[in-house]
Ligand binder design. Structure first.
Ligand SMILES: [Zn+2]
Ligand SMILES: [Zn+2]
Length: 360
């Protein structure tokens, strides 16, 4: 597989602006419409597809084209996997470390999702989240070496993690750097690799992580757990684990920040005469709500501090009860007679009537 940086004729640590310039120049030069070679043009386009996207570039720097998410499928270890793992890699992982071209040895950040009910938003919750991700190898304690000794400097690249060589390109001879294959670009090598992890110092396994989810979380909130993400190579720092919250919608309660809204069907006689309603709130809470006589459908009745707390469990919002009319579908003979009498008393017995009219 051709080195994608060499295809574009740039160094592996070239800034993205330089990549773009090189790509544009080469694409113009080799465009088939301009008499260029189509295979070469495709190669250039593919190189820029990968290197022009920061996430794909970072993955390529780390694993080459055959790595996870590359076109070759799974690499040495898988990511994500179990249940609610949304995306095992996101954020700034694997970028070449500042200044040097040596590959980053730190673990990447991992994102998992949890679902919460509104009741759990009220009370807060504790969860055991399963993540399947590269974790510290228990056999070698993360060192990667069978004898437990720390990795030594790679003899082939002298610890630089890359090998420089001159490459002929259509633009002339260029010095490019490719990751050292002896140490896989890390600059360090284990003399006697651990059999549990083949010298990586980490291996994929399922880990259970306990997460405290405070009250008041909102859909999309992320709880960071520092150092609980992917393990670093050979004892390097681990990435972070982010737990992303999805709040399951409640069938009767709609959320608006810390306020909750619900619609209740009120019997027409209660609207006429006034009365009390029992309204289910969040958690086990039940509220008694006064309906004034003559209340109109749509009228909001507010129950103070019966909503949700702010994040961390502060002051609660309100529960807003919207009144709707429950019109009986059928009346028996006695009820019908009473309502007919009521209509007659109110002068509403015979139509047509002049109804009050307004814009919808
Ligand atoms: Zn090991
Ligand atoms: Zn090396």
């Amino acid at each position: 597989m051709a080195d994608l940086y060499a295809v574009l004729g740039v160094a592996p640590d070239a800034p993205s602006e330089e990549l773009k310039r090189a790509y544009r120049r080469l694409a113009r030069e080799h465009h088939p419409d301009a008499g260029g070679d189509e295979a070469r043009f495709k190669e250039i386009s593919h190189a820029y597809d990968v290197l022009g996207d920061p996430e794909r570039r970072a993955r390529y720097d780390r694993y080459g084209e055959d790595g996870p998410g590359g076109r070759g499928g799974a690499g040495d270890f898988g990511f994500g996997g179990i249940g609610d793992v949304i995306d095992a890699f996101f954020g700034g992982f694997g970028q070449p470390s500042g200044g040097g071209a040596r590959r980053e040895r730190s673990g990447r950040d991992v994102l998992v999702g949890v679902e919460l009910t509104l009741d759990e938003v009220l009370s807060g919750a504790a969860r055991a989240v399963e993540v399947e991700v590269a974790s510290v190898c228990e056999r070698c304690d993360g060192t990667g070496s069978a004898d437990g000794r720390a990795p030594e400097r790679c003899g082939r690249c002298g610890g630089a993690g890359q090998l420089r060589r001159a490459v002929r390109t259509p633009l002339g001879s260029l010095t490019t750097a490719t990751p050292c294959s002896d140490c896989d670009g890390t600059g360090r090598r284990v003399a006697d690799p651990c059999r549990g992890c083949r010298g990586e110092g980490r291996a994929v396994r399922v880990r259970t992580v306990d997460v405290e989810l405070p009250a008041g979380l909102e859909d999309g909130d992320r709880i960071p757990l520092r150092g609980r993400g992917e393990a670093g190579r050979q004892g390097a720092p681990a990435g972070d684990l982010y737990v992303q919250v999805a709040v399951t919608p409640d069938p009767a309660l709609a959320r608006d920040g810390t306020d909750l809204h619900t619609v209740v069907d009120v019997p027409v006689t209660v609207l006429l005469l006034g009365g009390r309603l029992r309204v289910r709130g969040v958690g086990d809470e039940v509220h008694e709500v006064d309906v004034p006589a003559g209340a109109r459908p749509g009228t909001p009745v507010t129950v103070r501090r019966a909503g949700l707390p702010v994040r961390g469990g502060g002051r609660r919002g309100d529960l807003v009860v919207h009144l709707a009319v429950d019109v009986p579908a059928q009346l028996d003979a006695a009820q019908r007679e009473l309502v007919t009498r009521l209509a007659a008393l109110r002068g509403e017995a015979d139509g047509p009537h002049d109804a009050a009219q307004h814009r919808p």
